[in-house]
Design a protein around this ligand. Sequence first.
Ligand code: ADP
Ligand code: MG
Length: 720
Amino acid sequence: MAHLRFKALDQLATRPKINVELPSAKISDFFGESVFTIEEMRATLAPAVFKKVSQAIRNGEKIDEVTADAVASAAKSWAITKGATHFTHWFQPLTGGTAEKHDSFFDGTSGIEKFKGSELVQQEPDASSFPSGGIRSTFEARGYTAWDPSSPMFLYGKTLCIPTIFVSYTGETLDTKASLLKAIKVVDKAATKVAQLFDREITKVTASLGIEQEYFLVDEALYMARPDLVMAGRSVFGHAPARGQQLEDHYFGSIPARAYDFMKEFEVEAWKLGIPLRTRHNEVAPSQFEVAPMFEEVNVANDHNQLLMDVMGRVAEKHNLRVLFHEKPFAGVNGSGKHNNWSLITDTGVNLFAPSSSARDNLMFLTFFVTTVKAVHEHADLLRASIATAANDFRLGANEAPPAIMSTFLGSQMSAVLDELESKGNVKIEKGDNMYMKLGIDHIPEIILDNTDRNRTSPFAFTGNKFEFRAVGSSDNCATAMTALNVIVADQLEKLHEEVSQDIEKGTEKRLAIVNVLRRYIKESKTIRFEGDGYSDEWVKEAAKRGLSNHKNMPAAVKAYLTKKSIELFERHGIYNHKEVEARQEIKLESYIKRVQIESRVMGDLAINHIIPTAIAYQSKLIDNANGLKGLGIDNKAVVKTIQEISGHIETIKTNVHNMIEERKRINKMTDAHEKATAYCEDVKEKYFEIIREAVDDLELLVNDEDWPLVKYRELLFLR
Ligand code: ADP
Ligand code: MG
């Protein structure tokens, strides 16, 4: 296969430059042109109908048949004018990614284009091949998709896409969106109730999300010459290049020309789709980049991220590139994450996580701030579970990614504020006193925004006016993590409201009642706060001392979903019922098992069919050489030593691949998904992957470069 590697490298050298022109100098000229926006609805619907729709969107209500018919008709006209021929319900099954089934507008019977309200509202894709974790028996493949009016329809290619949820015939959710929508409602309700303790004008709180997406770019030909990248999304072998990221010259450096052209084009496509992209830059590792939009309401932000990943994949192909969203495509350099910047914003325009110069608003800010920290403390295991995937296991706890231990980073200023509030809590507040001043919370310095230390090692950091959940994996659908986060915060806010109300009933002044609860929360949640280096070994020891969990792998982490505490939490808020939680775990575990299985197979195949033959061939050359030297009476120790080393590595690879396959055979007979996943993790991945890889990577350094079959890291990583 070595010739494939060199052919790929030849192709790389002769790639033509692809020029990208903006459709117009001003982005606003074409931003959102492929979206059936609320303004578009206003312009095309009768005022009474529009009122109904926009109200339903705002309050998350059902839309009646007549209204749906009107919307469908308007959407169809809009889409057809723009060249659409088909429509589809666009949904996000539990496999990850997005799914769609296209139907044409053209109605053969009547000979005209049609789109009924009922088709907009509901569709029945054949759901039998989507995973349901045993909820839906295959013969009763009656899952259906239902319109989510809160996320706008958009035109993708020639298809009108309708964002939808995916549920089983019996009402259980089969996707990631339905539960997210529920969580958003729950947090709105709880947060509004608490915010009203401070301001009765507030009637709605919106959770917002800004997703920073990291990714790698690889040339298409090189990618194709690496079966592991094609099949597993990551390289299972590859010796570290002489130069990795140690020069730290890539981060924020000038963007390589090919990557830049690619970015420009996918940004245009994204802007047309109403995705408000703002930032692009190089990331830390060579060939690693990041893109980030302006934040939006959580559900829309997540739909946009899912769509963006799709757009990026398609545009990359036009540029002879491949985007790697995998969390750890290359060993030894940084992995990729998807930082979830999250906040709560009121309909009066106040960001509840932004400190302000008004003392009253500051108490409100502190209430939300402290309650969030407390929620993370209460449900750290659930948060950890919400981001657990096979691929994220390679990243979390590696030396550049957040550890698998959940903790919060608050920054020195906010830590000081909390410490002070805790210690000053006992001050007596007399009539006429300025309570805010006495508690030291009258003024939280404005500079805080610029001053939040950039602690990159924390999985959950306060960054001045928002929390940043950094442990989410780059390929993941953020809905799962966002469902967990919004629900745990909602739950804690509800508890706070109850506790404060009880105290007020007893005659305590409202603000004092709030401060009392906050003081208790600060005390109770202390162990989750960590300001130091999350990558260090000391933190692992310290966290253990504090009693924090450290679930290093997915099978161990996801158990948190099945605890009584979590199930009660989800049931209490109507997010998932018991059956749904179990089904979801089953699906996650099955997907984990399959992934490790695929990687293990790819590894075995590459090692046995590509690496060993190459090593043997090279070794034979060396043997000939050694024999020749012997004939001349020269005893070349170095050559003999290399021959022996190669033999050693071949032996290691053969034995371990064999044993790994035997283990797989044993494990495949297991029926319990959790036991099986754990066995795949411990007895396949952890036991064999490293040993086999080390032997192969050592061989890479011994075997003649010209004979080596796999594209090397230095070739993959330094895209020009
Ligand atoms: P940084 O680079 O410091 O992490 P940025 O200001 O570049 O922060 O923002 C990163 C992401 O956070 C962007 O997507 C941005 O829109 C988002 N963001 C900013 N403010 C908020 C907020 N209040 N709520 C949610 N996301 C936010
Ligand atoms: Mg950030």
